[in-house]
Write a protein that binds this ligand. Structure first.
Ligand code: ISE
Length: 343
């Protein structure tokens, strides 16, 4: 089988990281096209990869005959158009979150894909490919904790980019806990409340950080999340599930080297999500490439979260943003999955 020819659209931090991983570690694929709104950045990168071209217009890159599949790492507001183009040209696409920037357009994308009768869209919720999350899911699915009742999560970033506002803490950071909840528990989130503790004095002026989120799920499970994106310390993502028969926790960085020295014990901190989830991204992209290669034999062109998961995340985050304003629990407004055949 010949290598899958991938166009990577958007070669900022995430896109460039995917280009590097495909070139160095992913089997059965190569980067044939790169694109960025900063054209020189794409041109410079293309020049370093044998057989790779820079194409200035993202829609031309999607349509290009030398492109079999697409990775979208472009800014969220451009996703809707680019996803619809991928559907139009029948190109499998791995879309970094968000699917689109609002609930209505996310639903539109879900419906358009469902009309095609085959799944072409995968959404980049990489935690599903992390070994620790996979182990936690296996414990739950094998009934080793009994029925899960409660989940406690912490999501801490040392810092965020300067344009990060309070609603982005919900849409860009908390969204991962939204997906983890839906993944681990296999049910939808029905309400969200955001509580605003005293803000970190070291956070930029006006940023509500930290935030405490409380989710309720369809069967009544409780999830609480501390999201704190300006700790100045380390990237810390911890998840504890409490069930009827026991509890389990992940995210303690136990796999990292701990080195003692006279008078100290200590280890390494995880600086960012690139390191914490580096292996998960590799697994995510390799499995996606394999699924796309196998897709022509009749299956879906995905092996992971699908467009519906992107829509559900958008609906929960919209409720979260409304609660950020009101402080009250807000019901999640979603259509039923069964109402869209093939979703
Ligand atoms: C970032 O965009 C990510 O997706 C990271 O996984 C998350 O931890 C971080 O908070 C976000 O800003």
């Amino acid at each position: 089988m010949s290598d899958l020819r991938i166009a990577v659209l958007g070669v900022g931090m995430m896109g460039a990281d995917h280009v590097a991983r495909i070139e160095a570690r992913i089997a059965g694929a190569r980067v044939s096209v790169v694109n960025d709104y900063v054209t020189e950045k794409a041109e410079q990168l293309a020049a370093t990869i044998p057989g790779c071209r820079a194409i200035a217009d993202p829609l031309d890159a999607i349509a290009d005959a030398g492109v079999d599949a697409v990775i979208l790492a472009t800014p969220g507001p451009t996703h809707e158009k680019q996803l619809l183009a991928c559907l139009e040209y029948g190109k499998p696409v791995m879309c970094e979150k968000p699917l689109t920037t609002d609930v209505a357009t996310s639903l539109e994308v879900v419906k358009r894909e469902a009309e095609l009768g085959k799944r072409l869209i995968q959404v980049g919720f990489m935690r599903r490919f992390d070994q620790e999350y996979a182990a936690l899911k296996a414990l739950i699915d094998n009934d080793e904790l009994g029925r899960p009742l409660v989940m406690h999560c912490a999501h801490r970033n040392p810092e965020v980019p300067p344009n990060f506002d309070s609603s982005m803490i919900v849409k860009d950071s908390l969204v991962h806990e939204v997906d983890v909840t839906r993944f681990l528990f296999g049910e939808e989130i029905t309400s969200v409340q955001i509580i605003k503790p005293a803000a970190n004095p070291n956070a930029p002026e006006g940023l509500q950080d930290p935030q405490i989120a409380i989710f309720q799920t369809a069967s009544g499970k409780h999830v609480d999340v501390e999201v704190f994106v300006t700790t100045g310390v380390a990237y810390e993502v911890r998840t504890e599930v409490v069930g009827e028969k026991g509890s389990a926790m992940i995210g303690l960085d136990v796999g990292l080297l701990r080195k003692s020295a006279p008078g100290h014990w200590g280890g390494q901190i995880t600086p960012s999500f690139k390191e914490r989830f580096g292996l998960a991204y590799d697994v995510e992209i390799q499995r996606w490439v394999n699924a796309v290669q196998a897709g022509d034999a009749g299956g879906d062109y995905t092996d992971g979260p699908v467009a519906w998961d992107g829509y559900a995340a958008a609906a929960v985050c919209a409720a979260g943003v409304a609660s950020l304003e009101s402080g009250q629990p807000v019901a999640v407004d979603m259509v039923s999955r069964a109402s869209i055949k093939g979703a």
